[in-house]
Design a protein around this ligand. Structure first.
Ligand SMILES: C[S@@+](CC[C@H](N)C(=O)[O-])C[C@H]1O[C@@H](n2cnc3c(N)ncnc32)[C@H](O)[C@@H]1O
Length: 429
């Protein structure tokens, strides 16, 4: 069985960027179907289904942690007896978990032929995404979200009551980034999960923005640089600079050395270790640079975000550079049945002290850190780009309602005194 088994049809890159009209129609259609389901379904059923959300994610987690999809991908359809024996778990419980997994849409069953006693399980296009090596693999994301994020989610109620981040409550007072630094294997899983986010449509930002207008892309907090790599592979002009904490950059360099697919762009990329709260460690700006912050600021409070932005502002100095923030910028609307961006916002307050922001909130943060909001660029996906240009650095950032801007904090990061004439910087590159 194992030699003939071929799952290559499930291992293709499933993500295609549709033309805008098809994308818009698809969003409308899927949103309408979600709303129609809500109208038709009896409310008690809907509520019970919501409660069962964590059951589903635990089934997903369990089959991912047991590498079931990898085994089925290698060996072809297998009975739960065979699987349980080969990984050393309870057969009865594995069978029942797999049966539920099939009912929620993971795996398929092959019914027993004459003379066979048991059903066999095989991968389908969703379970195949749990296979290592799938171009849209989400295995590390599933493990990361459940292994160490779930205990924090279990304390959402505590977080709402106290106003503090549940993650710190469930992880010995450590912030998520402190905890990751202290647990290198978890940090590795996290960085891989960040690459896997691309499968959710993040890399659409690679084609929905003209990166060729820039001479250099500085990916601030770029993890293993998967997004930067996609930009460089697609756009011939820019050089790349990957910036992250030293332990992450060390591993990123290894990943880039070992990955043959990255060979063609390796000599256009520099790796820089530093701390984005410390402006002196960020690469100094050149005309035509783009400083990229992808999924960074939603991790941080307003105070910290202003400190990070101010570091970048300081690093840019007098250069005619742009700032690009890639995040799920929220609208004022409550209706978002397809993307449900507010869920990600709650995730940010559970695991960190961050939040997803609206355009007016971006404008406020940017102004406090010496940038001018230029435009919001929508992409064919849940994420959009906020483009900003350097502007006059204010003497004192304004505090907004709900955000206590702590001037001391970013003074202590050494980013408040900038010795240039901001009037020089209004010209866009
Ligand atoms: C949510 S991840 C985003 C990764 C990447 N930008 C992406 O979109 O896939 C946050 C990143 O910020 C980095 N980071 C956290 N604190 C940092 C610091 N003080 N200086 C530099 N990078 C930091 C983490 O190592 C991590 O790679």
């Amino acid at each position: 069985m194992s030699e003939q088994w071929d799952e290559s049809h499930l291992m293709r890159d499933a993500f295609r960027v549709p033309p805008w009209p098809i994308y818009s129609f698809g969003v409308w259609l899927l949103s309408s179907l979600q709303l129609a389901k809500r109208c038709i379904e009896p409310p008690p059923t809907t509520l019970f289904d919501m409660v069962r959300g964590s059951w589903r994610s635990q089934i997903l987690y369990t089959v991912a942690a047991l590498h079931i999809a990898d085994i089925l991908g290698r060996e072809g359809p297998q009975t739960s007896q065979h699987l349980a024996e080969s990984i050393g778990v309870s057969e009865n419980r594995l069978y029942r978990t797999l049966r539920a997994a099939v009912q929620i849409g993971l795996f398929e069953v092959v019914m027993p032929k004459k003379g066979e006693e048991h059903v066999r399980f095989k991968n389908n296009k969703r379970s195949a995404l749990l296979r290592e090596g799938h171009p849209n693999c989400l295995k590390h994301m599933v493990l990361h979200m459940t292994d160490h994020n779930k205990p924090a989610w279990d304390e959402l109620l505590w977080g709402v009551r106290t106003g503090d981040p549940p993650f710190e409550y469930t992880h010995n007072g450590m912030s998520e980034f402190e905890w990751l630094k202290a647990n290198p294997s978890e940090e590795d899983k996290f960085s891989k999960a960040m690459k896997e986010v691309d499968s959710l449509g993040l890399h659409v930002a690679v084609v929905d923005y003209n990166w060729n207008r820039h001479g250099r892309i500085i990916d601030v907090g770029g993890a293993y640089g998967s997004f930067l790599a996609s930009i460089l592979a697609k756009h011939a002009k820019p050089q790349g600079m990957l910036f992250d904490q030293s332990q992450v950059i060390r591993r990123a360099e290894e990943v880039w050395r070992e990955d043959e697919d990255l060979a063609a762009i390796r000599d256009r990329t520099d790796f820089v270790a530093g701390d984005f709260f410390d402006a002196e460690t960020l690469p100094a700006g050149l005309d035509g640079d783009a400083y990229l912050l992808r999924l960074i600021l939603h991790d941080w409070s307003d105070d910290d975000s202003i400190a990070i932005l101010s570091s970048v502002r300081h690093a840019i100095g007098k250069a005619k550079a742009r700032l690009l923030i890639v995040e799920t910028t929220m609208g004022d609307e409550f209706d978002d049945p397809l993307f449900q961006r507010a869920l990600m916002d709650v995730h940010m307050m559970v695991c960190l002290n961050g939040h997803e922001r609206t355009v007016p909130e971006w404008k406020q943060l940017l102004a406090a850190a010496g940038f001018r909001f230029s435009r919001l660029i929508k992409t064919r996906g849940v994420f959009s780009l906020v483009e900003a240009v350097p502007a006059k650095l204010p003497k004192r950032p304004e505090s907004s309602e709900g955000s206590s801007v702590d001037l001391q904090r970013y003074k202590s990061h050494g980013v408040i005194s900038v010795d240039f004439d901001p009037a020089d910087l209004e010209n866009e590159p």
